[in-house]
Design a protein around this ligand. Sequence first.
Ligand SMILES: [Ca+2]
Length: 487
Amino acid sequence: MASLTLPGFAEGLQLSGDWEGTKKPNIVFIMADDMGYGDLGCYNKDSKIPTPNMDRLAAEGMRFTDAHSPSAVCTPTRYGVLTGRYCWRSRLKRGVLNGYSPALIDTRRMTVASLLKQHGYATACIGKWHLGLGTDKKTDFNKPLTPGPNALGFDYFYGISASLDMPPYCYIENNRPVDKPTLTTEAGKASEDGWWRAGAIAPGFRHVEVLPRLTEKAVEYIDNHTGKSPDRPFFMYFALPAPHCPIAPADFVKGRSKAGGYGDFVVEVDWTVGQVVKTLERNGHTRDTLIIVTSDNGSPARTKVKREPYSIIEIYGHYPNGNLRGIKADIWDGGHREPFIARWPGNVPAGTTSDQIVCLTDLMATCAAIVGVELPDNAGEDSYNILPAMLGKKLNKPIREAIVHHSSMGMFSIRQGEWKLIMGRGSGGFSSPKIYKPKPGEPKGQLYNLEDDFAESRNIWSEHPEIVKQLTNLLEKYKEQGRTRPL
Ligand SMILES: [Ca+2]
């Protein structure tokens, strides 16, 4: 098959599927947990948090300004990232799993990891899983934890079952706990802002050590892999447990931000990104690695869980979600518009931005394009190849026809160009009112024009019945046909 070298590709890197004699790029996908659009200096000049490592990646790569997680909370976003399919098509229609939930992803389904593995990649998942383990109604940590990441295309897994505030608190390596969670912890605090649920814990497990330990494992993986198989590309899905609560910054970052413990924890996230970047450099992987840094949903923007959702803003004047409306879990953009930085020297033009509307579900089709294959029809149903945007190609039209947003309570929204339609009133998530029941004659939903009204402050549903109708029909079509990516 004749191969086509695309403009912008480094010498020797091609994009046709004809990779013989060339090395495919390593792909490192780092996803923070609950980090907001306004936490990073490169997204918010008024951020009170120094993020030099992420800012450097943005300066050396591309910063997307209109990237979205497919959901405003953890589990469904992770499902979407790994399968390229919206999670509301799965059994999970709202909310998240817990640390003992059975596996959510069908093992027959293609994942980004199984796709890349088929094409010669070594694959690793490090960090927070939160997609369920095993088949029992309540996972038994005395039995092999399968199916888990290893059954979904990952050669190696080291991490934790779910969020860092959800038991059981133990590290898992492949399909077994490193130490079984045989003890019990009360609900606890890791700092003035820390909080976790009571439950089972492994001897010696300390919440504050988790991010440094996972960072060490990520570094170790890159070093070991390169030592053993320097010519084999790898995919690392590195899902950080931070800055999600318990806000547990390590001592070495305390006081480094001007946004309290939360800000310091974001500093630690930035440190982790820096460690990965340094390790890639040390192993000679700077130029042959696509690194993406993003977050799984917006920031809850809080210090004290459930009581003072806006206290980071009130106390420190730091806006974790920038000027966006809403917070984590909400259908407004604060719930799901994410920082998204891509660096691949020689391929992704340095110091650029893209305003393409992209979704984290797009990782699947983008990886397929990188390895030069077509996705089968029954995989990546909501995944679009965003590589052309990453490579800085001039595009005449949007890559995605539209994007579907989803809140923690299962509220839908569809966005096309400047128009954003929300199928309900209220936030659908954490912000008040969560659900507003319209009185007779009041609009049933929300329509915003994000070009004129970035902050989603003027509901113009009643003024544009034709747009409401058109977007409602498109959303219904997307639900019914089981996919958005065209066949
Ligand atoms: Ca999250």
